[in-house]
Write a new protein. Structure first.
Lengths: 162, 248
């Protein structure tokens, strides 16, 4: 079978992240490689967090999407290294997150900081104010922290740098 | 060389501690901390899955991660005793977690240099998660230790109660040494120095005293456990033992 790699990427662009459905798996940066080996299609993905429960669903949804477009035999494998980072999230993905009400990751390093360091200034995704504060480092999913805006008073999720 | 047992030690550490933390789900003192603790549980069980998958592959007998988690007896679990101890109050859970995180953090930093590429990859992935954990538990040690008279007393009690279980993590045995010499395992003595410095620093900030040198409990790494592990396994393994092969 003649497999067109750009076409496969287009199909992957239609697969959403189950937890943050405005993002595709390509926006999120979890698709690491699409290749054809000995006539067999191979898609390599990487988890965002070790325990991310979305990963199994993502793998299944990729399989379903490829099968629906005529690629039922794709091999989908997982790699851990290099470890996923929010730097791999596309610019389009960051804009989609903000429009969805989730503040996109700020900066390029893990938000570890020093002990008791001031958390980063995260702009409110609703009113763009920088006068926000972290409520909790850990949010509704492993990839998010919980913030609130002191200007518009709305709580919001922040997709933390990782 | 027993690579499988070496992998299982860390896999069991993360699974059993993750299972313990999951007991807090819906019972945290406030919503944010309930969510934080269950986030920890999720990360740790995720790490355990990667490690079990690899252990099963190394064993080469066609077993899965589920077989290793659900179908082994307590005597075949190699986690350190610290992680199987009951949660106690929130402060005790934080102290247990802090002691383990301080180990886990330096353990994964060193394991990233392993000649074993899969172990190095798991470490590279996990260190990002554990960095958040250590920061969180360090902050809570200080907040509660240097808090009210009551929180201080509860934290000091927790530290005293757990202390005898802390040295096992960083004390190398023959398998640790063999793995280190092979370039696969980590140098536990190096980790011990980092662990000591971190614990000393945070406990000082928390106005908590490090207990006098005392008798140290060991055994978990070779399958000799406290009475508590059996209860953890009974709950965790119940479904697979009662309905073998059950799936979602």
């Amino acid at each position: 079978m003649n497999i067109s790699i750009p076409e496969i990427w287009q199909i992957l662009e239609t697969v959403s992240d189950p937890e943050v459905p405005v993002l595709t798996v390509v926006d999120l940066g979890v698709v690491r490689k699409v290749e054809v080996q000995d006539g067999k299609l191979r898609v390599v993905i990487t988890p965002t967090y070790s325990g991310c429960p979305a990963m199994n669903v993502i793998e299944m949804n990729i399989r379903i999407a490829l099968a629906a477009e005529g690629y039922p035999d794709a091999e989908i494998s997982t790699v851990l290294s290099p470890a996923w980072t929010t730097d791999w999230m596309s610019e389009a993905g960051k804009q989609k997150l903000k429009a969805y009400g989730i503040a996109p990751p700020v900066g390029a390093v893990v938000d570890k900081g020093a002990l008791f360091a001031e958390p980063k200034k995260v702009p409110c995704p609703l009113c763009d104010s920088l006068d926000t504060e972290m409520i909790s480092q850990f949010g509704s999913t492993a990839c998010k922290s919980h913030y609130k805006c002191n200007v518009c008073l709305e709580p919001f999720d922040y997709f933390k740098c990782h | 060389m027993n690579l499988k047992k070496y992998i299982l030690r860390q896999a069991d550490n993360t699974l059993i501690l993750g299972q313990r933390l999951a007991e807090w789900c819906g019972h945290g003192p406030v919503l944010e901390q309930d969510i934080a603790i269950t986030n920890f549980a999720l990360d740790l069980i995720g790490q355990a899955r990667s490690l079990y998958q690899y252990a099963a592959e190394v064993e080469g007998e066609g077993k899965t991660e589920d077989d290793l988690a659900y179908l082994r007896e307590a005597i075949d679990f190699y986690n350190v005793l610290l992680v199987e101890l009951p949660n106690g109050n929130f402060g005790k859970t934080i102290a247990r977690q802090f002691f383990f995180d301080a180990f886990n953090y330096y353990f994964y930093i060193e394991l990233q240099k392993s000649k074993d590429q899969q172990l190095a990859a798991i470490a590279e992935k996990s260190i990002k998660e554990v960095t958040y954990h250590l920061r969180y538990t360090s902050e809570w040690m200080i907040r509660l230790g240097d808090g009210t008279a009551e929180s201080h007393e509860k934290m000091q009690t927790a530290v005293n109660d757990l202390w005898a279980y802390t040295s096992e993590m960083c004390t190398p045995d023959a398998l640790d040494q063999e793995m280190q010499e092979a370039g696969i395992g980590v140098d536990l003595q190096k980790i011990k120095a980092s662990w000591d410095a971190k614990v000393k620093d945070i406990l000082a900030q928390a106005t908590l005293e490090i207990p006098e040198n005392s008798w140290m409990q060991t055994g978990g790494k070779n399958g000799k456990h406290t009475e508590h592990l059996g209860f953890v396994l009974a709950e965790m393994q119940h479904l697979q033992r009662t309905h073998p092969g059950a799936t979602w």
